[in-house]
Design a protein around this ligand. Structure first.
Ligand code: SAM
Length: 246
């Protein structure tokens, strides 16, 4: 288990509050709070009572590509659960080094598309090197986003996947709203988070989320909860659908 390394390297974070990141109107209850006294793994900013975690720095990319990841996290089961088909357009938001991007590119094939988004240019460089190595660079399009906007083309995407990302979004409300704009009507938003309810999952508190918390945060958006899949050893898979009226 490489958790201890992961936990140390998490400190190589990018600035949580970027200059000029203007706050946008949010529904009642979805306001941000800042606290001086807070968890050392967090950014001191709270959303629905949850402290937002620090962003994992690109220096930790090796952990994402560790050899035993498939066995440890059963990423094969996660990919199966996405139910992708040839020709699908998928966004891998917070794609990191592209662990899921190239695997999903093989699933959607040359008639499909993967938007691989991240806020760290260094991650996207590593990602594209990997896409070239896997021969899927024509299917995967890198997108450098901002902390508030993944910059996906509007109404373009069948499925958006965030693996181990949502808990570290500095602006979860704005990011979710922007991701919904990128989804086609009826498109799916899939959040994969380490199970916050389970003390046996050896990941620091702020880097896990409970199902209740995720659902609470999604409830302020035009999304319908579809289902929860609990086939993974350490993570929940939570699937939401963009409301047809949006
Ligand atoms: C723990 S890594 C997970 C990477 C990848 N999903 C995986 O499972 O291999 C989290 C990634 O989310 C990215 N991230 C954090 N905040 C983001 C945001 N607002 N928009 C896009 N990416 C973000 C980080 O830069 C980092 O690459």
């Amino acid at each position: 288990m490489h958790t201890s390394k992961f936990l140390v390297l998490l400190c190589g974070c990018v600035g949580p509050f970027l200059a000029g990141a203007a706050e946008q109107p949010r529904p009642v209850g979805a306001a941000y709070e800042t606290k001086v006294k807070h968890d050392r793994d967090g950014i001191g900013k709270f959303y629905f009572g949850r402290e937002i975690a620090q962003v994992m720095g690109h220096q930790a990319a090796g952990w994402l590509e560790r050899r035993n990841r498939e066995e440890e996290e059963r990423t094969d089961l996660l990919l199966n659960a996405l139910d992708l088909k040839a020709g699908d357009v998928v966004a891998d938001v917070g794609a990191g080094s592209g662990y899921f991007s190239w695997r999903m590119a093989q699933m959607v094939g040359p008639t499909g598309k993967i938007f691989a988004n991240d806020i760290q240019p260094e991650m996207l460089e590593l990602l594209m090197a990997q896409m070239r190595k896997r021969n899927v660079e024509k299917i995967v399009e890198p997108i450098l986003g901002t902390v508030q906007d993944p910059k996906l083309p509007a109404n373009s995407t069948d499925l958006i996947l965030l693996v181990d990302v949502y808990h570290e979004l500095d602006f979860p409300f704005e990011m979710t709203r922007a991701m919904i704009k990128g989804l086609k009507s009826g498109g799916r938003l899939v959040l994969v988070e380490y199970r916050g309810e389970d003390p046996a999952v050896p990941i620091k508190k702020l880097h896990k989320m409970t199902t209740t918390q995720v659902k609470k945060e999604m409830a302020v958006h035009p999304l319908t909860f579809v289902r929860q899949i609990d086939v993974l050893p350490q993570q929940h898979i939570l699937i939401f659908r963009k409301s047809a009226t949006e």
